[in-house]
Design a protein around this ligand. Structure first.
Ligand code: 5GP
Length: 129
């Protein structure tokens, strides 16, 4: 069965898209730790990040770097935190999280945003790429 992220990539489920190229997509996390929490996802469905071949992994990191640079221009924060987990969605994704405090990286402290706020933020970040 396809992962939820494959369904997003195929357009079967909506997302607030930030960026996309031939191999990767970035969209806002539906349940963000902080404003601007973004997921960078390879279009090829792979469960564990270190099962990716080296070049594909480096390309994901390069894509994530570009998105992080745009994100930090738009969202004021101390820095962008990065995390890879995948226990909830077993399809590789890099979490980019604008952080000011360690609690922003714990995945226990969540914020709420309206769909309109998410749409406008995703567009603003995307415009910086
Ligand atoms: P992980 O697998 O790294 O533990 O976490 C998966 C992340 O994906 C969570 O932060 C969760 O909020 C996010 N997520 C799960 N389902 C969806 C979805 O349908 N859309 C979006 N945009 N994010 C999702």
């Amino acid at each position: 069965m396809s992962s939820i992220f494959t369904k997003i990539i195929n357009g079967e489920i909506p997302c607030h898209k930030v960026a996309e190229d031939e191999n990767f997509i970035a969209f806002l996390d539906i349940n963000p730790n902080a404003r601007g929490h973004t997921l960078c996802v390879p279009k090829r469905e792979i469960n564990r990040i270190f099962d990716m071949d080296r070049q594909h992994y480096l390309d994901l990191m390069s894509f994530s770097y570009k998105v992080a640079k745009a994100l930090e221009e738009v969202v004021s924060c101390d820095r962008i935190g990065i995390s890879v987990i995948g226990l909830e969605v077993p399809h590789v994704h890099v979490h980019l999280i604008p952080i000011n405090d360690m609690k922003d990286m714990t995945f226990q402290h969540k914020i709420s945003m309206t769909s309109e706020e998410m749409a406008s933020l995703a567009q603003e970040i995307g415009n910086r790429l």
